[in-house]
Design a binder for this molecule. Sequence first.
Ligand code: JFZ
Length: 433
Amino acid sequence: LQIQAQAQKKIFSETPEQMEKRLSWWVHDRFGMFIHWGLYSLPARHEWIKNYERITDSAYQKYFDNFDPDLYNPREWARMAKAAGMKYAVITTKHHEGFCLFDSKYTDYKATKTLIKKDLVREWVGAFRAEGLKVGFYYSLIDWHHPDFTIDRVHPQRVSDPKEYERINKGRDMEKYRTYLFNQVRELMTNYGKIDMLWTDFSYPGANGKDHNDWNSVELLKMVRKLQPGIIVNDRLDLGEYDDGGDFVTPEQYKVSEWPTRNGKRIHWETCQTFSGSWGYYRDETSWKDNKQLLVLLIETVSKGGNLLLNVGPTSRGLFDARAQERLHGMGEWMKVNGRAIYGCTEAPAGIQRPDNTLLTYNPDTKRLYVHLLDYPLQRIELPGLKGKVKYAQFLHDGSELKMKDTDKGGLAIDVPVRKPDVEIPVIELMLE
Ligand code: JFZ
């Protein structure tokens, strides 16, 4: 009973149908680009470097002084995102280090005060919009630079003695930080036209952590939705006690085993993933995923009803490095001919069984089922339970017919050429009755 009562707590009066409508473009588009860019692209060894290496403000200052992305051309970024098949993008307007890519009235710790002297967010929004992509802002709730943000376990100067916290936090005032946070989010929601998504990051409730009280999350979310009525907001404001305290959940850097649920009901979700482990540009990282892994990640996400937000960490000069470009290009080659198996798709209808070494996606509007061949079969593939249910079958990449035969066991056998077609993951498109 307790759980039921809690589940009915709501902030907004929006109906489930209205919510679905607000989220419909995002559910359809499925694939977006995350961009982590800030001063940490200069040390080029992880966006948490200020914390990991206990770098003081004054020692970190050299990155501010030398920040000069002279090759920054967001139109080029947008074109690469679009060519990769991505339909929306989310950029770090401010990450935990506190540096703002946008021109905020409330701080001098911002791009306009560096050598580049530009509001990088303004140019970014214009460029991505011009290429037809939806735009989203990542905004860090955590701030390792603001003098009023109290220090805790995620602060760079983390200490083991609790007395030490008291000493360091003396004079720091979260009330003042909250005002700053509200002011900046108001600027972002007001000064850049229509914003499609807000990605807040992050709460860590518990002893010596920060929760919805620290951000005044309910009021913050209300302000955001008032200024941008159509916006979609993620779930990191610690508003889990409300049904509508976040539009989608954000499993990060791990594989989701099945469609996430809340009180037994399937919910919207978006997994965010990196190419190599770090979110910020990391020069020497060697753990880059290959194109096939990344495509499997995308297909598997859609096969469980989710979205993929795939991250690029641009260099301090303002470029996507060659390894990132190569992967975006590889995904784009596949998406160009197989995008139909991703956009508007979701989990296959209940009762349709997945053959070994395949993933299934399904478009409920066109009633087309997509069989993604992760490991190419030898001559034929059997689909259990589909006898008499398929009108036509073809390879998606070249639209060439695939012959079907009923099997004795009530399934369907599809003949495929012995040689694997020249496409990373071939897809069979089945037109269902
Ligand atoms: C956060 C950031 O700290 C990180 O730098 C990056 O921006 C990423 C997208 O988000 O990292 C998190 C936040 C929340 C969880 C894990 C990592 N979490 O809830 O498990």
